[in-house]
Design a protein around this ligand. Structure first.
Ligand code: SF4
Length: 198
């Protein structure tokens, strides 16, 4: 049976790609390397969620125990607008390198499952990593199973994160700028609490 290395960003995003790959006849092994997840406690929480999925689904894992947060931040500094490109490159090149070294037949990534990721960018970077390390990249648009995968994750009761991973995405998810706050305040003046504000 052909072996594929599945780069896994987190537990919830693993269900659907794993089912699809197994149905297509692959022997799957997960690979966790995500120094883009901040802070460290959040990183640990997501890894634990993936380990729970691994146990539940009998998915063997390769976990990179290093956490080069400093390398991630240094690569992104002053290029924050390109941070997803840098982030995907760091992670997908690590997956391709590991797959080539461990003689897998191909590699792929759960980043192709999330509707919140830059799908075409992730695909392009994985294709480049494939050429660079001489290991086939398996492409599939796993987003088609978004709803089914989300339902499984919810049912399994594992931790589901609220932001993409890096501190920048955490800010974008929760920070409300003073101007947005003012607009929200004006709206709530017009619509009293309990009214239909959105
Ligand atoms: S937003 Fe997500 S994909 Fe982009 S750099 Fe941050 S963690 Fe990586």
């Amino acid at each position: 049976m052909a072996r594929i290395l599945l780069h896994t960003c987190c537990g919830p995003c693993t269900f659907y790609p794993l089912d699809r790959l197994r149905a297509a006849g692959w022997e799957v092994r997960g690979f966790f390397f995500n120094p883009n997840i901040h802070p460290y406690q959040e990183f640990q929480r997501r890894l634990e969620a993936l380990q729970a999925v691994s146990e539940q689904e009998s998915l063997p894992l390769i976990v990179r125990s290093d956490y080069p947060l400093e390398q991630f931040l240094r690569s992104v500094a002053f290029r924050e607008g390109d941070r997803c490109l840098i982030c995907y490159t760091l992670r997908l090149e690590a997956a391709a390198r590991c797959a080539a070294k461990s003689r897998f037949d191909a590699f792929t990534t759960t980043l192709l499952y999330s509707k919140r990721q830059k799908h075409e960018l992730a695909r392009h970077i994985a294709e480049n990593a494939s050429k660079k390390y001489g290991i086939p990249f398996y492409y599939e648009d796993f987003r088609e199973g978004w709803k089914a995968g989300q339902a499984r994750a919810e049912k399994s009761g594992i931790y589901r994160q609220l932001y993409c991973g890096c501190i920048y995405s955490e800010k974008e998810r929760f920070f409300i700028s003073p101007s947005r706050r003012r607009t929200a305040r004006k709206a709530s003046d017009r619509f009293p609490a309990g009214g239909d504000t959105e």
